[in-house]
Design a protein around this ligand. Structure first.
Ligand SMILES: [Zn+2]
Length: 281
């Protein structure tokens, strides 16, 4: 039986097992099915993530209903996560619909504004018992920092200050990856990661982990990353499989025929991620 579990609990459990929690973005019914089946078959928990942008395609209630219904017959422990919310209305509608994990991304604001609005998100989530993830960023008012990403994004003292002021449950860190494109290059700054880990004790989340090699992922886990977000490559595998199927047979009109190909490709890609996370050195 599928079990909806709080993100804090899942993070604690995976950390204890010297692993990390996997969060993967879904887009539609097929990707929800693919992800939950992959997690169940890998015996791993998962955060099923839906981005704010995806929620303009289908409502929070639609996603919650789909995720719960798909998970119900599977042996899987999962959370339902809102990824990169920038609007409080999105947070509110997701909480009402049954999301139990919220990422608020105030990284485009100034540091002070990010603190204030994230505090508000924490207050909103409390009555629902939902976990809150936040992100530190360049800050709209912080001119001249663009060329010095680490100075603000990976500043351990600032991370500590942010956490004590907001009380969030986890923190998205930037340690070399180019988050804008949701791609992390091989230029992960392990030194910054180590110093942040030393200063703060909340779970750290690495976004845009799609491009990371297995050994880099495991080194990140050793150094204290508790959760990885994947998105781009899975979407890519879904869409490419659909395109290939349609190219093979341009007369196909039954959506089930090409969407099935996308679903299978997405599931395969998700299983590879779980294998990487599960691999012990
Ligand atoms: Zn992200």
């Amino acid at each position: 039986m599928g079990e909806l579990v709080s993100a804090q609990t899942l993070l604690k459990e995976t950390r204890k097992a010297k692993k990390a929690l996997v969060s993967i973005n879904v887009e539609n019914m097929e990707t929800v099915q693919a992800l939950l089946e992959a997690a169940a078959e890998s015996s791993d928990p998962v955060l099923v993530a839906v981005s704010e942008r995806t929620l303009s395609y289908a409502t929070p209630a639609t996603f919650v209903a789909m995720i719960r219904a798909v998970a119900a017959p599977l042996e899987v422990r999962y959370g339902i996560h809102l990824d990169h919310a920038t609007r409080l209305e999105t947070v509110e509608s997701c909480l009402r619909a049954g999301f139990n994990s919220i990422m608020y991304d105030g990284s485009s604001y100034s540091y002070e504004s990010n603190v204030n609005i994230t505090e508000r998100v924490v207050e909103m989530c409390q009555p629902y018992g939902a976990a809150v993830e936040a992100k530190l960023g360049y800050g709209g008012d912080e001119k001249g920092l663009d060329g010095e990403k680490e100075s603000l994004l990976g500043d351990p003292a600032l991370a500590k200050d942010f956490l004590s002021k907001t009380g969030v449950d986890s923190l998205a860190v930037s340690i070399g990856g180019n988050h804008g494109s949701h791609e992390c290059g091989p230029d992960i700054n392990f030194g910054v990661m180590r110093s942040i880990r030393k200063e703060v004790d909340v779970p750290l989340v690495l976004h845009g982990a799609d491009g990371l090699r297995g050994e880099v992922i495991r080194e990140c886990i050793r150094l204290g990353i508790s959760r990885f977000n994947f998105c781009t490559k899975l979407r890519d595998s879904f869409s490419r499989a659909v395109m290939e199927r349609l190219a093979e047979d341009p007369d196909v009109v039954d959506p089930k025929k090409y969407l099935r190909a996308g679903r299978e490709a997405f599931k395969k890609a998700a299983k590879r991620i779980f294998e990487t996370i599960d691999k012990k050195d």
